[in-house]
Design a protein around this ligand. Structure first.
Ligand code: BGC
Length: 457
């Protein structure tokens, strides 16, 4: 539509989800268990004892959900494949029923003119592979590439955009350092090994894609600008370590073919830099980088605070979301511009951006007013637009998330959706943010210049 909004005419407007967070029916039709299924069924792991057994029941309601996406005017939809639906043991035997589910979903999307962006791994690992060592096993890059190839062969003709891994840093940090995601280990030494295997798995899958795929493949990372709480040398050093640990650990090897030297300080004796053969595999050219942005992070030196020894300092003057994350749209512009500066003109896609807020209960009304989320989207989309104005090659934006869903260790206690889900009845109700986003899409961003609806001001 309008080019005057500043968003390119062909800009992709989408929403994102992931398999374990929405599908439910985790063991249906021959699927194998995933590590998240097992973790969620381990007492004490998930807030409220929640599991993904039903989630949004999307496995059975996907046709209706695609209609919902069409009603929002989405041009694209990012979702992930459950590895253990397709390969119940993680390798070897293919479960045709699992492939069929995704084939139906992809066809329904394409019929509605919605482009699929498929993430191969959004944290749910086949439990059978977990039993063999999961991300610690040096064979996992090959297992992942073999699984990726099954997906490329099945859907490569219909899926124009692929992502290998979602947020490898979280897989490593939450799963192997802090033990709050599976496999719930707490070992910095293991984390260093896992990071290398994640990177190798990404590279191996991209290599396979070049042999079989026809369109685009990229990696999805979560980025948070790190800012020092003071100009004290110790805080500046902590900031640099935190940045290397979270933001550059995965991007530098993939895009520059080297690892940040500061990782030696972060990981200590556990660290051995990737060798030339690792880097050759890891540094496969990618077609786009997927960026997940939620917040920034102001840090202070603290020897007791994780491998980067950087403690997060709460900014009391700022608005915070229900997950306690500071709302800071200017940092979104900074992240996007910083990527261009450091890594050049690689096409970028915002693969996640959004916020959890405590929405009003919906029981008695047809509307769910979520003014804070409307405002969050407006301010962050304007921040993205500012990056475009400064020359960033931003091709698309995916809101996180379409539906309220299973928010990992927080269970169903945090709602990020554009669409409210009543988990007892599975009724979907559009929130004000969904109505607003529909207008953003319809006007190709022009509506962002208008004053917000009264409730959101
Ligand atoms: C993940 C999503 C998650 C969201 C909000 C991202 O780290 O990719 O799966 O729900 O953040 O926490």
């Amino acid at each position: 539509m309008t080019a005057s909004s500043g968003f390119p005419d062909e800009f992709l407007w989408g929403a994102a989800t992931s398999a374990y967070q929405i599908e439910g029916s985790p063991l249906a039709d021959g699927a194998g268990a995933s590590n998240w299924h097992r973790f969620a069924h381990t007492p004490g792991r998930i807030e409220g004892g929640d599991t993904g057994d039903v989630a949004c029941d999307h496995y059975r309601r996907h046709a209706g959900d695609v209609e919902l996406m069409a009603s929002l005017g989405l041009g694209a939809y990012r979702f992930s494949l459950s590895w253990s639906r397709i390969l119940p043991e993680g390798r070897g035997r293919v479960n045709v029923n699992g492939l069929d589910f995704y084939a139906r979903l992809i066809d329904q999307l394409l019929e509605r003119g919605i482009q699929p962006l498929v993430t191969l791994f959004h944290w749910d690992l086949p439990a059978a592979l977990d039993d063999l060592g999961g991300w610690l096993d040096p064979r996992i890059p090959d297992w992942f590439a073999d699984y990726a190839e099954v997906a490329f062969r099945a859907f490569g003709d219909r899926v124009p955009m692929w992502a290998t891994l979602n947020e490898p840093w979280v897989v490593m940090d939450a799963g192997y350092v802090h033990g709050v995601h599976p496999p719930a280990h707490r070992s910095v030494a293991e984390a260093a090994t896992v990071a290398r295997h994640l990177l190798r798995a990404h590279g191996a899958a991209v290599q396979r894609y070049r042999a079989h795929g026809r369109r685009q493949i990229g990696l999805v990372v979560n980025l948070e600008p790190k800012e020092p709480a003071s100009q004290a040398p110790a805080d500046l050093a902590a900031t640099a370590r935190a940045d290397a640990y979270m933001n550059r650990q995965f991007l530098d090897p993939v895009l520059l073919g080297r690892s940040p030297e500061l990782l030696a300080e972060v990981f200590g004796p556990a660290w051995s830099p990737p060798g030339a053969d690792d880097l050759e595999l890891i540094r496969q050219p990618i077609d786009f980088l997927g960026v997940n942005y939620y917040t920034r992070n102001v840090v202070r030196d603290d020897p007791a605070a994780g491998p980067a020894r950087a403690r997060s300092v709460r900014q009391d003057a700022s608005v915070h979301t229900a997950t306690g994350w500071e709302v800071h749209p200017a940092s979104f512009t900074a992240v996007l511009c910083g990527l261009k500066e450091r890594y050049g003109d690689l096409p970028l896609i915002v693969t996640e951006n959004g916020a959890a807020f405590d929405d009003p209960p919906v029981a008695t009304t047809e509307r769910v007013d979520d003014p804070q989320r409307v405002r969050y989207y407006r301010d962050h989309l304007l921040a993205a637009l500012e990056a475009i104005r400064r020359g960033v090659n931003l091709r698309g934006y995916f809101a996180w998330t379409l539906l309220d869903n299973f928010e990992w260790a927080a269970g169903y206690s945090k709602r990020f959706g554009l669409v409210h889900v009543d988990f007892a009845s599975q009724r979907r109700t559009l929130k004000s943010s969904a109505h607003y986003y529909r207008e953003v899409i319809r006007s190709n961003g022009a509506i962002l210049a208008d004053p917000l609806p009264a409730a959101s001001r």
